[in-house]
Design a protein around this ligand. Structure first.
Ligand SMILES: [Fe+2]
Length: 236
């Protein structure tokens, strides 16, 4: 009798599909292939790949991938607006990409991309395989204390090996923007956002446990950005 669980099979399939996608580079695309392995799409987004002559910008890509995923697109738009308030805190290389990362930080929730079920890793891998910049992929991979959830899912090694951590201030800026944006795209306080996630997910779920475990890190990131903003305005 096989000792493999569905989760094991899906994880193996994810590794295989990721390796296949990497082996396709550069330039090769398997348009029209709709097969999947244990529910993991071989390509994902074949229609977008096949119809886009030019690479879409970040907001356009978020629109394509998230318009039918609950309120994720409205949330991502708010995160991009929040990031605009703090991007000046970053140095040039990170300042230039963080708005795009904000638009794209949750694309891993798209069913056309979702592979492991761990959205930061799924999103970052998909973007990497389509030549989005290293900085954007790293921000997507590590936003909002993703390492904590990655450890609970047994995917922290993949995250660490595949994506270097961005500078702390850059991760903190995106995390603060994510935590001050409601699921529907309204500006929220950090406390309200964390409480909302804890309420929405059952106590035994990975999502609930991840946020509970990550709360100190999330608060640290948010306070770091808020104190940098306060220093600028002279408000202690
Ligand atoms: Fe988010």
């Amino acid at each position: 009798m096989s000792t493999h669980t569905e989760e094991d099979l899906r994880r193996d399939a994810c590794r295989l599909v990721s390796a296949m996608r990497r082996s396709m580079r550069p330039g090769l695309r398997w348009y029209g292939v709709e097969d999947s392995i244990h529910g993991v799409p071989l390509l994902g987004l074949t229609d977008l790949d096949a119809t886009q002559n030019e690479k879409p910008d970040a907001s356009g890509l978020a629109g394509c991938l998230l318009h039918d995923v609950g309120t994720r697109l409205a949330h991502s738009a708010r995160v991009a607006r929040q990031v605009d308030r703090v991007r000046h805190l970053l140095d040039g290389r990170w300042k230039a990409v963080i708005s795009d990362a904000a638009w794209l930080h949750d694309v891993g929730y798209s069913p056309r991309i979702a592979c492991t079920g761990f959205h930061p890793l799924d999103g970052a891998r998909w973007l990497r395989d389509r030549d989005w910049s290293d900085e954007i992929c790293r921000l997507v991979a590590w936003h909002s204390a993703a390492g904590v959830e990655g450890a609970l899912r047994g995917l922290d090694q993949e995250l660490t090996v595949e994506f270097e951590r961005p500078p702390e201030v850059a991760t903190n800026a995106l995390t603060w923007a994510d935590l001050t944006s409601s699921p529907q795209g309204e500006p929220w306080s950090v406390g309200r956002r964390i409480d909302d996630i804890l309420r929405r997910y059952p106590a035994e779920s990975i999502e609930h446990r991840a946020i509970a475990n990550a709360a100190p890190t999330l608060w640290h990131a948010s306070r770091d950005i808020q104190s940098r903003l306060a220093l600028e305005t002279g408000v202690a």
